[in-house]
Design a protein around this ligand. Structure first.
Ligand code: PLP
Length: 343
């Protein structure tokens, strides 16, 4: 099998002084109510964290009982819990996608089969793509790095008794109204939905996310979680971001993001040699460009950090991923790309 550095992530590419298009975390100032909620916890740091209130708030947000929610130190912790708690006979990861789930499975000693979606198909999931005997399936929606949003029905069709279906929805809140989220689905056997507060709310450093699943699965995953896994400030952020007002604000952010993404796509398409496969729906755009690996290095010299594509199974050296930013940043970036390609 071709070697991919599954533990490479965009944060390594974003160096001080460079415009960061490599990490898909929103850079706008956080709303005052969110920072206030986090700050208020500073007076209480002598006490151990209590996740009860935050768990209840997140459960209410998704219309589920509290026993179906497990708060985690970022969505990333959930991959480790899944890898440690489950004993799959056949684990399948649908690529190209965030590589950490496969890395966590391998680190826990599991063999992993890859289903690789094709660029020529717009990275869409075919009905027979996943082998029927897979008893653990991990897929992202919308998917990092392709930015493709799978229809909810296609993902729901993967659920079945005897299989754990993990849908990584770390970027679901970048789609207005989340029409294809499975977060509220309580009827699908073995479904685990992962969520993150990192991206939209600009909280990568706080480490806060959660998973939604049936109570028996939550119990199994919680059993391998370290003691006090989520800090008090992170719990406060989870509760603050679960209110109806926060969800409405999140939707507004996603709508604005969509306009900025349209601008990025339209501007990128004016560059000779750039091809975008599939319809980007998240907070980043993946594109193909012959010689992208060399362009990436030259872009750094011009002040822009972009995410390399060659560490993702199913992609290669001719792919780059860039975060959606404001129009001025996009225009500056695309201008720099054009100059790099003109040599
Ligand atoms: C698709 C995807 N899932 C999960 C994560 C992890 O997110 P968190 O910061 O919540 O651990 C990332 C981070 O880059 C991601 O891209």
């Amino acid at each position: 099998m071709e070697h991919h550095d599954l533990r490479h992530h965009g944060d390594v590419e974003a160096s001080p002084g460079l415009v960061d298009l490599a990490v898909n975390v929103r850079r706008a100032a956080r709303p005052p109510w969110l920072d206030a909620a986090i700050r208020e916890t500073l007076d209480d740091l002598a006490s151990y964290p209590d996740a009860t209130a935050a768990t209840g708030a997140v459960a209410a947000r998704h219309g589920r009982p509290a026993g179906e929610v497990l708060l985690t130190a970022g969505a990333a912790q959930a991959f480790v819990l899944i890898a440690q708690a489950l004993r799959p006979a056949r684990a399948v990861v649908v690529h190209p996608q965030f590589t950490e789930p496969e890395a966590a499975l391998r680190a826990a000693g599991h063999a992993v089969d890859r289903v690789v979606l094709a660029a020529a198909d717009g990275f869409r999931l075919g009905p027979d793509a996943v082998p029927p005997d897979a008893d653990l399936v991990i897929i992202g929606n919308p998917t990092n790095p392709t930015s493709v949003l799978h229809p909810a029905a296609d993902l729901a069709a993967l659920a079945r008794p005897g299989r754990v279906l993990v849908v990584d929805e770390a970027f679901a809140d970048t789609v207005p109204g989340e029409p294809d989220s499975l977060a509220g689905r309580r009827d699908l056997p073995g479904l685990v939905v992962l969520r993150s507060l990192t991206k939209t709310w600009g909280l990568a450093g706080l480490r806060i996310g959660y998973l939604l699943a049936a109570p028996d699965l939550v119990t199994r995953l919680a059993a391998v979680q370290p003691l006090w896994p989520v800090s008090t400030p992170a719990l406060a952020a989870a509760a603050a971001c679960a209110t109806p007002e926060a969800v409405a604000a999140e939707r507004d952010i996603a709508v604005a993001l969509g306009h900025d993404r349209d601008h990025l796509i339209a501007t990128l398409r004016t560059v000779d040699g750039v091809t975008i496969h599939g319809r980007p729906r998240g907070s980043f755009v993946l594109f193909r460009l012959a010689g992208a690996d060399k362009a990436r290095v030259a872009l750094r010299e011009r002040g822009y950090a972009v995410r390399r594509g060659d560490t993702f199974p199913g992609l290669g050296a001719d792919w780059l991923r860039v975060a959606v930013r404001d129009r001025a940043t996009t225009d500056g970036f695309v201008d720099a790309l054009r100059r790099v390609l003109e040599g």
